[in-house]
Write a protein that binds this ligand. Structure first.
Ligand SMILES: [Mg+2]
Length: 394
């Protein structure tokens, strides 16, 4: 079997509410949908987040064509090394989502050829459903509480909120509202996206701990592990590394430094689903849980991640998902909004490969939206651009 074409379609799917983080906001999800065709009529689906932009993903996919066309899609290890080493893409992080989309589509092809869901090929069903958190959009406290109540009504058990606002009192009011809306039993996770200095992080985590926190994600810079280790030694709330744990090599460094209690891993940030499984293996050997990170994803990429997580024991915390934010999806009968989750859990698809199909009407609608308004979906918040961003904020 040989790969004959990479057909890419950028789409823009709106969020119900803007995603707001420490340094800006975005109004929806841009993904590049990928169809990998073969000379035997089997087509594989992949998806890359439009990260850092859809244009970069599309340029990388064009650059991959000489390395990928004519290759056997069932020889995934060989294909990824051909891209990385012969193509010399392996030191360039911004290329990873596109490479991951090709690898994802190859796994879809392998599953379809075998007539098996991907989970079976990656170790089998350790769990039948995969838990995701409810992503609470950071807004006014009453909006945060209302969103948390919506997630609670939908049965979610873990709630995620961005912190690292310009004013610390805003973070405190939002987390208080989150606890109020999510209820006393909920697990609350906050993510500062590196916004705090070590001293601020210690003070803020101690302040916010009274609301009961499950994890604090990347409170300080991910580039200097001594900072993360310092904070970890001075607070009781467990820390989740994210910006510090982009790739397997970063994860190994976090583990060696003893800088976190749990690690994030993401197939889109580190070249594919096999590497996500490898990341989980690193963490397992270190005795640490692993959490699936997301740059934002639609049903194709969500399904791919669900197969890996379902087949891998140490994904013990709720994973990062966008169901709470997404207004729609591009697949048929899977993915998208909260309705695809039962008590915050997504069932592992049972069809061969990824087990998802694209809905042509919605792909066309959101491809058109991307053509018309794609630029307005990027992380280009006018208010944030008008400021003077610095890391850390204080
Ligand atoms: Mg994060």
């Amino acid at each position: 079997m040989r790969i004959t074409a990479l057909n890419a379609t950028p789409v823009a799917v709106p969020y119900r509410a803007d995603e707001v983080w420490a340094f800006g906001r975005r109004r929806g999800q841009v993904s590049v949908l990928l169809e990998v065709t073969t000379d035997e009529g089997v087509t594989g689906l992949g998806e890359a987040a439009g990260y850092p932009s859809a244009d970069v993903v599309l340029a990388v996919l064009r650059g991959l064509e000489p390395l990928v066309l004519g290759a056997d899609p069932t020889e995934i290890e060989k294909l990824v090394r051909r891209i990385d080493l012969v193509g010399t893409w392996h030191h360039v992080r911004a290329t990873s989502p596109a490479i991951a989309a090709v690898e994802m589509a190859c796994w879809d092809i392998v599953g379809k050829v075998c007539g098996q869901p991907l989970v079976t090929l990656l170790g089998g069903r350790f769990r039948e459903e995969v838990e995701f958190f409810y992503y609470v959009a950071a807004g006014a406290p009453e909006e945060v509480a209302a969103e948390a109540r919506r997630g609670r009504a939908a049965g979610f058990g873990t709630f995620y909120l961005k912190v690292g606002a310009d004013e610390q009192s805003i973070d405190i009011a939002r987390v208080a509202a989150l606890r109020d809306g999510a209820g006393p039993e909920a697990l609350l996770r906050v993510d500062a996206n590196e916004a705090w200095s070590p001293g601020t992080a210690v003070r803020m985590i101690r302040e916010l701990a009274r609301f009961g926190l499950e994890l604090v994600e990347q409170p300080v810079s991910g580039r200097n592990l001594a900072e993360l280790g310092y904070v970890r030694s001075r607070v009781d709330v467990p820390l989740l590394a994210n910006e510090a744990s982009w790739t397997r090599y970063d994860q190994l460094a976090v583990i060696r430094a003893g800088a976190a209690d749990a690690l994030s891993a993401d197939n889109q940030l580190d070249g594919g689903l096999l590497n996500l499984k490898r990341s989980a293996g690193l963490c397992e050997a270190a005795g640490l849980p692993v959490v699936k990170h997301s740059l934002g994803e639609l049903g194709v990429a969500l399904a791919a991640a669900v197969h890996v997580i379902a087949a891998t024991p140490n994904f013990r915390y709720a994973n990062q998902g966008y169901a709470a934010l997404l207004a729609d999806d591009v697949t048929t009968g899977f993915g998208g909004g909260v309705e695809s989750c039962r008590d915050g859990r997504v069932a592992v698809p049972r069809g061969p490969g990824l087990g998802v199909t694209l809905d042509p009407d919605r792909v066309a609608r959101y491809a058109e939206l991307h053509r018309r308004e794609g630029a307005t979906f990027a992380f280009h918040d006018p208010a944030a651009l008008a400021g003077a961003p610095a890391l850390p904020k204080r």
